[in-house]
Design a protein around this ligand. Sequence first.
Ligand code: ADP
Ligand code: MG
Length: 735
Amino acid sequence: MLENTSRREAVKGALNYPQIKVEKPGTTPLSPVSEYFGINTFGLAQMRDKLSKESYQNLIKTLDHGKKLQKETAEDIAAVVKEWAVSKGVTHFCHWFQPMTGLTAEKHDAFISVQTTYHSELKVVEKFSSSQLIQGEPDASSFPSGGMRSTFEARGYTTWDPSSPLFIIEDEAGKTLCIPTVFFGYHGQALDCKTPLLRSVEALSSNACEFLKLLGDVDVKRVQATLGAEQEYFLIDRNFVSLRPDLIMTGRTLLGAASTRGQQLEDHYFGAIPSRVKKYMQEVEYELFKLGIPAKTRHNEVAPSQFELAPIFEDVNISADHNTLAMEVLKRVALKHNFVCLLHEKPFAGINGSGKHNNWSMSNDKGENLLEPGTTPHQNLRFLACLSVVLKAVYEHADVLRAGIASPGNDHRLGANEAPPAIISVFLGSMLEKILDSIEAGKVAQATEGQIIDLGVSKLPTISKDYTDRNRTSPFAFTGNKFEFRAVGSSAIVSVPMTFLNAAVANSFRESTEKLKDILSKKQNRDEAVMEVIRENVKLSKAVRFEGNGYSAEWRTEAKKRGLPILNTTAEALEVLKNDEAVKFLVTEKVLTPQEIHSRYHIMVERYVKTLDIETDTLMELVNTYVVPAVEAQLSLLSSTKETLNNTQLKKLHQTRIDNLEATYAAVLTNLDELSLLVDKVRAGGDESLKMKRIAEEVGPLNVKLREACDLAERQIADNIWPLPKYREMLFANT
Ligand code: ADP
Ligand code: MG
């Protein structure tokens, strides 16, 4: 009989995992964080220290006014950067960028240059020139461009983004200086996720400033979008992952029966963190701190073996880099602790998936949060105005915001009663709801409990700071002084949804400014004119506000009635990017050109198709080489015991067992057969868009049916025959 021992060994390994000792002194140092925070970064503070005054001021001019960096300044910067890096034992440097693969890319070069001396001896010197700092030319042909680059102009360039600090990645294999860069094509087309984000930050800043100036903030110079991205993840013992081809190939389990205990006891959430995990988190945080990433909170999440890391918020362009880096650190450090960190949105069926809650707000150059009710009447009017601008943005561009969070992984999560539905709506809380309703009705709002803030303008309501109301079912919830975009998937590169959000709000600021100018030209009182703009935005966007249970079936019906876009799958959501009217604001705000939007559509479709193809192939392979042999072994076991039975009653019961397993076997084989025929057909014809549609509508559901049959088999087969680590083991025997 086929006996499976490797699974048992894995369980033993995971349960008896030696409590790791701190490997190197210094891995989790006792000294205060402030002493080593950011030691592996080189940002503006160090530039100010090390550069000549003139060079530093030139750099600041570049940053503030988009001036071209002068050659001499660049040489100065390269020199101080090299000196710093070499003094820290760095041997290589790389241009670090975010191509549209959903990952980061790096190409390493040594810090050396060769000089030939008089006797033709080679002499190696440490060298790092300004051009190496500023521009790179990676072989771009293997990065996706969505058809933007034809082969004859396959060149791509990376250029240093001075707004993001340089950093050193260190591990056992050595130290590399990473230069954050943007990546673009020969004609300046954005080939990455960072360029559009930077453009959206600019658009938001200039449009918001214009609006705020009309409001009376005449000296406002910049408005900065801010982001704090809470990252959820799973930690699974490496022994288990090594026995699960699906986890290795796709990052999620394509098979696996639910265990008797799941998350129903809700005993994991905020529970004591197991010590093996705590050691892991400690090392992750140490690595993040050295990189200048302000990790703040850590805790258990709802699902077993699920955890969360939340940073302190930063400017969105920095925070986006930091989140991407944090994901890399989470994965890298996990391996050292014999864990695998799963960032997939839904690694386990029937168990909560992982999101990345994007806490987003805007602040001015005085550091005032524009979405926070303030202490003066003016600040409160400004708060309501900015809030109404965001509401209008989310209402008008809900479909594009939905497209920005579309991914095959997130399809499993959105609307699965654990994460917000795929319908974009805004939750404000009862206090603000009341205020907006009375503004809409042109009435003075009633003063309410809590800290009352007077707007100080006649006919204006009072605002209470309300931090208590929460709604976990809303995809875009106001949480007192920021919005929490909860629908973003855990593996997402946040630059994408943040670009769309910034651009939407930028566009809404632009239109609100026009409206305000128009009203001001007819009216004398500024505050009343502002109130009128608020009223119009509130009225316009009313349909997007929803306070109820986003998980409920009634909400779907209601949302449909309200005419909100309901885009259930990635396949449906991505089609929005083909709608010129829907994406026009991205072009107006100069965030993406029509060609760049088009290319992103193609890349996302292609990624969807490829991801699902890999999942389907892996599933079929698992069924053929794991499930079917296990069923057959169990069947032969049953038939051999059959001969040993004499008791009629027993014979009957035994036959039922055989019949049941045979029925399962038939279901497995039939669905497998059907799936493989369907896959051949889908792959044979049509363009990528059609393939995406057919995969979503036909292949996906058949995968689910096949899985159900296999999961039934898992329950009918002897534990020692079943080859794949089970849910109970992976989720509960980890720590
Ligand atoms: P809450 O309890 O409302 O979730 P926290 O203080 O725990 O608030 O913050 C949650 C996340 O929101 C953190 O990552 C935090 O840095 C971030 N955050 C707080 N204020 C802002 C802001 N103004 N802009 C962006 N993110 C913010
Ligand atoms: Mg939160």
